[in-house]
Design a protein around this ligand. Sequence first.
Ligand SMILES: Cc1cc2nc3c(=O)[nH]c(=O)nc-3n(C[C@H](O)[C@H](O)[C@H](O)COP(=O)(O)O)c2cc1C
Length: 161
Amino acid sequence: MADMKKQDIVGDFKEYTLSLYDGSEKTVYVTEVETPFPEGKLIVSRTDTSGVITHCNDAFVFMSGYQEDELIGQPHSILRHPDIPKAAFKDAWDTINNKQKWNGYIKNLRKDGGFYWTFATIIPNIRNGEIVGYASVRRKPAMNKVEQAKALYQKMLAEEP
Ligand SMILES: Cc1cc2nc3c(=O)[nH]c(=O)nc-3n(C[C@H](O)[C@H](O)[C@H](O)COP(=O)(O)O)c2cc1C
């Protein structure tokens, strides 16, 4: 996947290299600017079986900072933030591949280097017993839950190789 572009970043940033599940690496630029979750909205996306975005709603596009045509066809990890440990995504994938629903707190990275917290549900779409894709709906997270998730993820990151 393409690295983020420095000219898109707004404000002071730190640079990180993410190693993705497929073995590739990606450079991301991260600021401390938070975009609050929009009141009364749901952020929705659908993916194919490999996590490539096939559909996203207006709130998703708005919060990501990308244009819709920059998102469709990209792996969902385009929004991956370095503060979320790999083990959280492994837990999500293990759960949904097991045809179960997964819930969790996810911090997403915007195109401009900023971030937003969500409470995400990921659901497998099952037809005739087979997984044909996934859908995700994200709600505004409770502030105290975000604080708990932050503490847990920091601990998990410190333990990751
Ligand atoms: C329906 C669906 C929604 C997802 N939503 C997000 C998301 O909002 N942010 C994110 O970082 N990863 C999301 N993921 C997980 C990514 O596919 C990916 O596993 C993650 O970003 C970590 O990247 P990696 O698996 O390449 O290491 C989602 C996956 C699915 C199937």
